[in-house]
Design a protein around this ligand. Structure first.
Ligand SMILES: Cc1cc2nc3c(=O)[nH]c(=O)nc-3n(C[C@H](O)[C@H](O)[C@H](O)COP(=O)(O)OP(=O)(O)OC[C@H]3O[C@@H](n4cnc5c(N)ncnc54)[C@H](O)[C@@H]3O)c2cc1C
Length: 359
């Protein structure tokens, strides 16, 4: 008989994991406190940027994490072709100021040979507003942006199409979740449970609690349209945790952001930071207020400010198995761009357990 699997969580990690397991023929049921469309302090996925760009190291990183990212990169480019998915292909430009350059002889990011249309940007093409930032390297490639709320609905729809049942329920333990496989109108016992509970993943795996690492981000959504996705590494010595991301989304509107506040899970908005985000965005993307581009208004038209808590983990994401318990939480700033790669790793853990039980 096919194994029954309960996935805890309906953020990008839970939904993608559920889909991947279902695609491989397992019977899957989702149990989640929050579902797409909900807003909550620790439901991170709706508050993401979101786009593909790896931040940990400019030049290189572990091969496993690279494979995860690349698996997701090509999947997102494919999904971008599906109308209504909330994913849009965009030219991405990355600017590296001298204060962010950690390496000598740097000649591009680890992904330069695997993404589409990678090229170094000639300094003569740098935006005029970048002049004061002492940019030492810049490159562009074909990227994508994700409208997270739209994409979460798209994922849930695909789950439902694949026959995955889902139910709103807060679980207190993995043992409880194991009793909540939704079969028609009844709950039955599952064979496996996958913990995709984001920052609450630590509450369901208490022995890992000391590794909990919330990372606060603050964003501003505006109606104005930017021409491309712009990423500027930290440029301001007085605010070393702040970069700039200009994220033009599907359906238009642009998200402006770029902050990392470690060990901070407060929800208050910093007005000074909002001002800095706006000023930086206008330096790199002046078309945001140029009526000749997409009939933009002459000033930024604010839709809403958001605060999101990235579910970080000391030591990186936890994808592991302990008997029938599987974990997939702690994706920090990369939950979207890792999502398909992480889901593949969970599927391999499920497979590995089946193989071991047959031996
Ligand atoms: C400002 C900002 C910008 C970002 N930009 C990017 C980006 O550009 N690219 C990128 O890849 N990532 C980005 N991220 C990171 C990304 O958003 C996260 O890594 C990702 O959303 C984490 O998803 P998740 O599914 O693990 O957690 P969540 O989205 O938090 O989902 C957790 C799920 O578990 C459920 N749950 C929790 N506890 C229980 C319980 N006890 N019982 C039942 N259900 C439970 C919740 O209800 C929810 O459904 C950004 C994040 C922020 C805040």
């Amino acid at each position: 008989m096919k194994e029954r699997i309960v996935v805890i969580g309906a953020g990008v990690i839970g939904l993608t994991t559920a889909l991947e397991l279902s695609r491989r023929g397992y019977l899957v049921s989702i149990v989640a406190k929050e579902l797409p469309g909900d807003e909550a302090r620790f439901y991170t996925s709706p508050y993401a940027g979101a786009f593909f760009y790896h931040l940990d190291s400019l030049a290189s990183k572990g091969w496993l994490a690279q494979l995860q990212d690349i698996a997701s990169y090509y999947e997102f480019l494919r999904v971008a072709q599906e109308p209504g998915s909330g994913v849009a292909e965009r030219v991405a430009e990355v600017y590296v100021p001298r204060i962010s350059m950690m390496e000598t002889g740097y000649d591009g990011p680890w992904f330069k040979d695997v993404v589409r249309n990678y090229e170094v940007i000639d300094p003569r093409e740098y935006p005029a507003g970048a002049a004061g930032d002492d940019i030492v390297f810049a490159f562009r490639y074909t990227g994508f942006t994700i409208n997270p709320v739209q994409y979460l609905h798209y994922l849930l729809y695909r789950c439902a199409q694949s026959g995955i049942n889902y139910v709103r329920r807060t679980v207190g333990s993995l043992e409880e979740a194991k009793t909540l496989f939704l079969d028609g109108d009844d709950f039955v016992e599952a064979d496996l449970v996958v913990n995709c509970a984001g920052i609450h993943g630590f509450d369901l795996n208490t022995k890992d609690k000391e590794n909990r690492l919330p990372v606060k981000g603050q964003t501003l959504l505006v109606e104005n349209v930017a021409r491309k996705l712009i990423i500027v590494e930290a440029m301001d010595a007085a605010h070393a945790t702040e970069s700039l991301y200009v994220v033009p989304r599907a359906g238009y509107g642009t998200l402006l952001t770029g902050t990392y506040l470690y060990h901070d899970d407060s929800v208050d908005v910093d007005a000074g930071l909002t001002q800095r985000i706006k000023e930086r965005a206008l330096r790199y993307a002046p078309e945001l207020v140029d009526s000749d581009f997409m009939k933009n208004p002459g000033q930024l038209v604010e839709v809403r400010q958001f605060v999101g808590i990235r579910p970080g983990r000391e030591g990186g994401v936890n994808v592991s198995r302990d008997g029938w318990r599987i974990h997939n939480y702690g994706s920090a700033h990369s939950g979207y761009q890792n999502s398909y790669g992480l889901a593949n790793r969970v599927a391999r853990l499920v497979q590995e357990r089946a193989l071991k039980s047959r031996l």
